[in-house]
Design a binder for this molecule. Structure first.
Ligand code: SF4
Length: 296
């Protein structure tokens, strides 16, 4: 697949941005901006933003809004990165408290420029939220920290409820889609968290040229690495300079992927065109709380 300027495929009827603007949407927006926080909702033009923010949910992106990597599907800014804000954990916690969020998803850009990849700020953010809102369910969607086990342990030591790391696509497409990532390294990140007893989650974007056999192989690898939660959604091209959509996967095909994931042994699966890894699909919280209870 090359991304010579091709005429984008027409969007099928099932790709409709969820509008759900209400008072809470505006309140969430105000809080996020007041605190100078970045969200992946905005930087990724997430189609679910209207709905999520209208429910007081936002995925907060820490460590700045500029990334050291060049994934070809991602709309995050690629300008030179700025020093991390040491006040960020406190700012995020204040926003979480103010918005009364019960479920918090934290993600970040990849900071290959920092000795610990930003793991220290990650841990401070999770611990700070945990202290301020003990009942909050905290999900982290982390980068691969270049496979640095100590950095990953630093995040795990802070005690998130869900540990997420996206495989994003099938290994054959890595050089084209996420050239600085490594499929085996990402599996090792997932395995490290599951070996420490965490609820582990991963996700794939579909529509980049993968086929069902390749998806099934990734599902098997992710299961073997201890993942119990799997998400799959349609890749949407953020701009003409990003990878083109190879095809729009039909809702029926997403359902086939869902059945394949359940057959592979995943405990919770969300698979449909507008699903995003940080989107809180109905039922995930109950699944996580049940896992937590089983481990208690
Ligand atoms: S590492 Fe993450 S934030 Fe950075 S370019 Fe890739 S997908 Fe985007």
């Amino acid at each position: 697949m090359d991304n010579e300027a091709t005429t984008p495929l027409p969007r099928p009827p099932w790709i409709r941005v969820r509008i759900g603007q209400n008072g809470l949407f505006e309140a969430t927006k105000a809080r996020v901006h007041e605190r100078g926080l970045h969200t992946v909702c905005e930087s990724a033009f997430c189609p679910n933003m209207g709905k999520c923010w209208a429910h007081g949910r936002a995925t907060i992106m820490i460590l700045g809004d500029r990334c050291t990597r060049r994934c070809r599907f991602c709309n995050v800014d690629k300008k030179p990165v700025l020093p991390p804000d040491p006040e960020e954990p406190a700012k995020v916690t204040a926003a979480v408290k103010e918005t009364g969020l019960r479920e918090v998803v934290i993600t970040s850009v990849t900071r290959d420029d920092l000795p610990d990849g930003g793991a220290g700020i990650w841990a401070d953010t999770v611990s700070s939220i945990r202290r301020a809102v003990p009942s909050a369910l905290i999900e982290v969607l982390v980068p691969d920290f270049k496979g640095d086990r100590a950095a990953i342990d630093t995040v795990l030591d802070a005690g998130p409820d869900v540990f997420g790391h996206n495989l994003e696509t099938v290994p054959r497409l890595y050089p084209e889609v996420r050239p600085q990532a490594n499929y085996q390294r990402s599996l090792a990140v997932l395995r490290q968290a599951s070996e420490r007893g965490f609820v582990v989650k991963t996700s794939l974007m579909l529509g980049l040229g993968e086929n069902l056999d390749e998806i099934k192989a990734v599902l098997a690898d992710a299961r073997q690495s201890g993942c119990s939660i799997f998400y799959a959604g349609q890749y949407l091209q953020p701009s003409p300079k990003h990878l083109p959509v190879a095809r729009y996967v039909t809702p029926d095909e997403f359902d086939t992927v869902k059945q394949s994931a359940l057959a592979a042994g995943f405990g919770f699966v969300a698979s449909s065109p507008l699903v995003r890894s940080s989107y809180h699909e109905q039922g995930q919280t109950e699944f996580v709380l049940a896992q937590r209870k089983d481990k208690a």
